[in-house]
Design a protein around this ligand. Sequence first.
Ligand SMILES: Nc1nc2c(ncn2[C@@H]2O[C@H](COP(=O)(O)OP(=O)(O)O)[C@@H](O)[C@H]2O)c(=O)[nH]1
Ligand SMILES: [Mg+2]
Ligand SMILES: [Zn+2]
Length: 304
Amino acid sequence: MSSSFRVIQSTGKWYKVSSPDGEIIECRLPGKFRLEKKEVTNPVAVGDYVELEIGKDGTGSITEIKHRENYVPRQATHGRRGEQILVANIDKAWVVQSVSQPKLNTGFIDRFLVTCEAYEVQAGIVFNKMDLAKKRDQNLIDHLSELYRNIGYDVLSTSIHDQKSVEKLTDQLSGKTSVFIGPSGAGKTSLLNAVDPDLDMRVGEVSSRTNKGKHTTTYARLVPLKNGGYIVDTPGIREFGMVNIEKSELSLFFPEMTVPRQNCKFYNCTHYHEPGCGVSEAYEEGDIDAERYSSYLNILESLD
Ligand SMILES: Nc1nc2c(ncn2[C@@H]2O[C@H](COP(=O)(O)OP(=O)(O)O)[C@@H](O)[C@H]2O)c(=O)[nH]1
Ligand SMILES: [Mg+2]
Ligand SMILES: [Zn+2]
C-alpha cells in the first residue's frame, strides 16, 4: 500500500500523514471517528493507512481509516477493549541478537517470536557482530539459522564491518515497515545507521549518546528510510512485551507444535506432564528442538 496516505506520527490532536510522494501533511481527525471505533481508545494509530480531504490552508482532514493488517498494543495485552495501539501495519519485526557482547540469548528470541505470532506480525532474526564469532559461535549460528528457517522465520547474519551483510539487510527493509527489537548493545542503532547513515540517532531505542536521560517520546513514529519503507521508532522494548496467553494456547504460537498438538489426548493439554501428549512425543522423537521445547516450558511457567 505504498501509494496510500499513511500516518507516521501523532501528537494527540494532530497527525503527521505522509502522502504517496513523501510530502508531510498535518491532519486532524473529525470527532465522529472517536465515537465509531470503540474497541480501541485511539481511533487512528501511527502506521494506519488513511484517506484525506485537503483544505485550502493545506492541512488535511482524515476521512477514512483503512483496515489494519495487524497492530501492536501499547501494553502487553491484546484484543482487549480500550487498549491503545502503539503502531499498526508492521510488515516485519526483527529481533537483533549479537553473537557476543552481549551474549546470545535464545530465550529472548523465542519469547519475541511468540509475541510476534500472537500479534500476527511476521518475524525475522538478525545475528549481529558476526565479525566477533569464533569457530564454535559460527557453528552455533549455523545450527540456529537452520532451526529457525525450518520453522518459517527469516534469518540474517550481519556485521557492521561487512558491507555485503548490510546490503542484504537493506534489501530486507526496503519498501517495508520494520521494527528492530533486541537487548541494549546488540547493535540495532549501528545496523540502522549502516543501512541509512542519515537516520535520526533515536531510531531503535533512545540512544544513550544523544538523548541521555531525556524522555523524548512515549509514542511510536515511523521514520522513512532512504530506499523506501519505514523503521518503527518505539519508545522502548517493554512496549513489545509478552502477551497474556492462556497456558493451553501457548503452543499455538510455536509453529512446529501446531501439528503435533493435534495428537494430544486432552484438548487443553499444556504439553508438559499430560499423558498422551503429541508434542512431548514429537520432542522425544527429535522433531522438536530441545532448546525450543525448553523455551516453551520456561514461557509456560511464566504465564499465570
Ligand atoms: N564488532 C562489532 N561491534 C558492533 C557491531 N554492531 C554494533 N557494534 C558495537 O556494539 C555497541 C552497541 O551498539 P548499538 O548500536 O548502540 O546497540 P543497540 O543498543 O542495540 O542500539 C557499539 O559499541 C557498536 O559499535 C558489529 O557488527 N560488530
Ligand atoms: Mg540503540
Ligand atoms: Zn500435549
